[in-house]
Design a protein around this ligand. Structure first.
Ligand SMILES: Nc1nc(=O)c2c([nH]1)NC[C@@H]1CN(c3ccc(C(=O)N[C@@H](CCC(=O)O)C(=O)O)cc3)CN21
Ligand SMILES: CC(C)C(=O)C(=O)O
Ligand SMILES: [Mg+2]
Length: 274
């Protein structure tokens, strides 16, 4: 048996090799139980900085810290043994310099055991991506709508429309050239995303970027109907777990108030039946 066959968790090189073979299946995961239920069906589990909004109630991803990403990254590693785990670098942890990015990415890799990091940015982050890759840290890039730049982008808007397509193409080519093993395209017109996907030799992972990307990613709480603060157009609800949970809580509250819970089967009695 080869060394790679014994190490069954997928690696960035395995994800790269899916290009032209099979679509790359990606979901976010932030916790051990969610990692456990998604691991077998996914190629990549992304510990996204969306966890700040989804789990911690923050208004954007800007308040997410290194410690939060590491804590949730460790939880996802404990709940998975098949998918590649990729951890988002949080806002402020990598933009200053390649050296700052390496210091923080190395800490994420060392303290979680994850296989790669993801960071936002195209042409302006290419030098940093190359710096990390040259030093042993696989990087997933993220271009188009980059939520950490919501304040300069003026909202969570589609990127790359009309004449702006040239900027998206330049970003895609720059991150691929820099050595990223894949790239997330977020909220990009489907036609442009398809063209970029055919042009690049690394897999594109779309979110709101149409069906011609090499893979797809969604926030798992969105597709399960657990996160309901907003629903971007790109989200398809595959379940309504939030509604199911609200009904379960209402049923529990009613039964406690009616003294119909707990029943005998949920209770303990001594030998005399007392
Ligand atoms: N739960 C969740 N899902 C996500 O996909 C996600 C996060 N959180 N947090 C981090 C970023 C932020 N993202 C977002 C946030 C909002 C919209 C949104 O509201 N989109 C609207 C239009 C808004 C506008 O045009 O300004 C849409 O209909 O798609 C899209 C992506 C994607 N990411
Ligand atoms: C939506 C994905 C691509 C992401 O960056 C996140 O979950 O933070
Ligand atoms: Mg993110």
């Amino acid at each position: 048996m080869s060394a790679t066959a014994r190490l069954k968790r997928l690696m960035p090189t395995d994800i790269r090799a899916l290009k032209g073979q099979a679509p790359v299946v990606v979901l976010t995961a932030y916790t051990t139980p969610v990692a456990k239920l998604a691991d077998a069906d996914c190629d990549v589990l992304l510990v996204g900085d969306s966890l700040g909004m989804v789990l911690h109630g923050l208004p954007s991803t800007l308040g997410v810290t290194m410690d939060m990403m590491i804590l949730h990254g460790q939880a996802v590693m404990r709940g998975s043994n098949h998918a590649l785990v990729v951890i988002d670098m949080p806002f402020g942890s990598y933009e200053e310099s390649p050296a700052q990015a390496f210091r923080n990415a190395a800490r994420i890799m060392a303290e979680t055991g994850a296989g790669a990091v993801k960071l936002e940015g195209g042409v302006h982050m290419a030098e940093t991506i190359a710096f990390l890759v040259a030093r042993g840290i696989p990087v997933m890039a993220h271009i188009g709508l980059t939520p950490q730049a919501v304040n300069t982008l003026g909202g969570y808007k589609v990127q790359g429309k009309g004449d702006d397509a040239a900027r998206l193409r330049a970003d895609a080519n720059a991150v691929a050239e820099a050595g990223a093993f894949s790239v997330v395209l977020e909220k990009v017109p489907a036609g442009l995303a398809g063209e970029i996907s055919r042009e690049l030799t690394i897999p594109t992972i779309g979110i709101g970027a149409g069906v011609d990307c090499d893979g797809q990613v969604l926030v798992i709480d969105d597709m399960l109907g657990l996160f309901a603060e907003f629903k971007p157009k790109f989200v398809k609800r595959y379940a309504e777990l939030g509604k199911t949970a609200v009904q379960a809580v209402a049923d529990y509250a009613a039964e406690v108030r009616a003294r119909s819970f707990p029943a005998a089967e949920h209770s303990f009695f001594d030998e005399a039946g007392k």
